[in-house]
Design a binder for this molecule. Structure first.
Ligand code: ZN
Length: 154
C-alpha cells in the first residue's frame, strides 16, 4: 500500500459510495488501518491509497473507526485548529470545522451506524470526508510549511 502525495490528481477525485461492505471492503479497511498506524496518522481515506470507494479509518485516543459512506447529518459550533495531512507532508493549515457532528456511516459489518462525535475525532472524520470529495486542507486557508512531524496528520 502506497501513500498518494499532493499534487497527484488522484487526491482530487470523488470517491464512490460502496454498495455493501463485503470481504473486499473489510480487507481494504483493515489494511488502511494498519498503514495509517505505520505512517503515524490519525486518519486515512481510501483516495490517499489510490482507492476510489468511500472508505475511511480514524483512530484518536484509543477510539477507532472503520467506516464506509460516511455522511455528516448535522454539524454544530465552529472550531479552528491547525491540521496536517499525510498526503501533504510538512504543510499545516488552520482549518475551521464544526466542533460537534452527527455522522451516519456503514460499519465493517455493513450495519448503518449514527454517531455523535466531538473533539479531535469529529475533526478527523470531517477531514477524511473532505478527502472523499477531493478536498484537501490547502483548500481551507493559507499554508504554513514546517518540517517537524505533527501529531495531527490525517
Ligand atoms: Zn489528509
Amino acid at each position: 500500500m502506497e501513500l498518494v502525495l499532493h499534487p497527484n490528481p488522484i487526491l482530487r477525485a470523488h470517491a464512490v459510495p460502496v454498495e455493501r461492505v463485503g470481504r473486499t471492503e473489510r480487507r481494504l479497511l483493515k489494511r488502511m488501518l494498519k498503514y495509517m498506524r505505520r505512517w503515524k496518522g490519525i486518519g486515512l481515506a481510501a483516495p490517499q491509497v489510490a482507492h476510489f470507494e468511500q472508505l475511511i479509518v480514524a483512530e484518536v485516543n484509543g477510539q477507532m473507526l472503520q467506516w464506509a459512506n460516511p455522511t455528516v447529518l448535522e454539524g454544530n459550533g465552529t472550531e479552528r485548529m491547525e491540521e496536517g495531512c499525510l498526503s501533504i507532508p510538512g504543510s499545516f493549515v488552520d482549518v475551521v470545522r464544526s466542533g460537534r457532528v452527527r455522522v451516519r456511516a456503514l460499519d465493517v459489518e455493513g450495519r448503518t451506524v449514527e454517531r455523535e462525535l466531538d473533539g479531535l475525532l469529529a475533526r478527523v472524520v470531517q477531514h477524511e470526508i473532505d478527502h472523499l470529495n477531493g478536498v484537501l486542507i490547502i483548500d481551507h486557508g493559507p499554508v504554513v510549511q514546517r518540517r517537524a512531524l505533527s501529531q495531527g496528520d490525517a
